[in-house]
Design a binder for this molecule. Structure first.
Ligand code: ADP
Length: 222
C-alpha cells in the first residue's frame, strides 16, 4: 500500500525529504507558509497546502490524523515546531518525526509527543568525524543510542576469502547485511561468497561490538 506522508516546512531538509519520498513512490502532501516554497515542490506532491503548521483548523480539514507519517521539518522556528507537534499529537497522528535544531529543542519535541527526533547537523558531524578518523569507513548511521549500521571498504584481510571466514557473528556479535559490489547491492549476501577487492561490507550491530571489530580487523595495532 502506498504510504501517505505529510511534510510540513519545505526548507533544505523538508524539501529533500519530499523529493526522495516522491522517488520512492510515497503519496506526499506538502505544507508551508510560503506560497513560493509550496509551488516549488508541486510536481513532487499529491496535495499542496499553503498554510501554517500551527493552524489547527487547516490540519483538521485535511484529515492530518489519517496520514501514516507527518514530518515536521521546521528547524529555525522552535516555538512553531513544538506547537505543531503538540497539535498533531492531540489530533491523534500516528507517527510524528520532527527535526531538532539543538539538544534542548529535541528534548522538548520528545516531551510533547514526537515519536522520532532527528538532529541532522549533529548526525552529519558525527558521520564526518568517523569517516575522517577511519579511512576504511564508507558510511555510518546510528539507528538507536547503542546500535549502528556501518559500511567498510573490504581491506586486504578479507579479500578473496569467503564471507563466512570472518566469523563476524560468532566473534563479534555483528551481522553483514549486504555487500555493495560496483553498482550492485547483494542482500542478503551468501555466506560462501568470496569477498572481492573494492567490495563494501554493510554491517549492523551494537556500537561497542563495532568498535571492537574495527580495532581488531579494520585498524589492527601494528
Ligand atoms: P532548513 O534548515 O531545513 O532549511 P528551515 O527551518 O530554514 O529549515 O525552513 C523552514 C521551512 O518552514 C521554510 O520553508 C519556512 O517557510 C517554513 N515555515 C516556517 N514557519 C512555518 C509555519 N508556521 N508553518 C509552515 N511552514 C513554516
Amino acid at each position: 500500500m502506498t504510504k501517505e506522508i505529510a511534510v510540513i516546512g519545505l526548507g533544505q531538509f523538508g524539501g529533500s525529504a519530499v523529493k526522495q519520498l516522491h522517488k520512492l513512490s510515497a503519496d506526499v502532501t506538502v505544507i508551508d507558509i510560503s506560497e513560493s516554497k509550496v509551488k516549488h515542490y508541486e510536481d513532487y506532491a499529491v496535495e499542496c497546502i499553503v498554510g501554517s503548521a500551527t493552524d489547527e483548523n487547516m490540519l483538521k480539514t485535511i484529515g492530518i490524523e489519517h496520514y501514516d507519517e507527518v514530518i515536521i521539518a521546521i528547524g529555525e522556528d522552535i516555538q512553531t515546531s513544538i506547537l505543531c507537534t503538540l497539535i498533531l499529537k492531540e489530533l491523534g497522528v500516528e507517527s510524528i518525526t520532527a527535526k531538532a535544531q539543538s539538544n534542548h529543542h529535541g528534548k522538548m519535541l520528545k516531551k510533547v509527543g514526537a515519536d522520532n527526533v532527528l538532529h541532522p547537523e549533529t548526525e552529519m558531524g558525527i558521520r564526518l568525524a568517523n569517516q575522517l578518523v577511519n579511512m576504511s569507513l564508507v558510511d555510518y548511521m546510528e539507528i538507536s543510542d547503542d546500535t549502528a549500521i556501518v559500511e567498510y571498504d573490504a581491506n586486504e584481510r578479507f579479500i578473496n576469502s569467503p564471507l563466512i571466514n570472518i566469523d563476524i557473528r560468532e566473534k563479534f556479535g555483528l551481522n553483514v547485511i549486504a555487500i555493495k559490489r560496483n553498482k550492485e547491492v547483494i542482500v542478503p549476501p551468501d555466506p560462501q561468497m568470496n569477498i572481492l577487492e573494492n567490495d563494501v561490507l554493510v554491517i549492523i550491530g551494537k556500537i561497542e561490538n563495532l568498535n571492537i571489530f574495527e580495532s581488531k580487523m579494520i585498524k589492527p595495532k601494528s
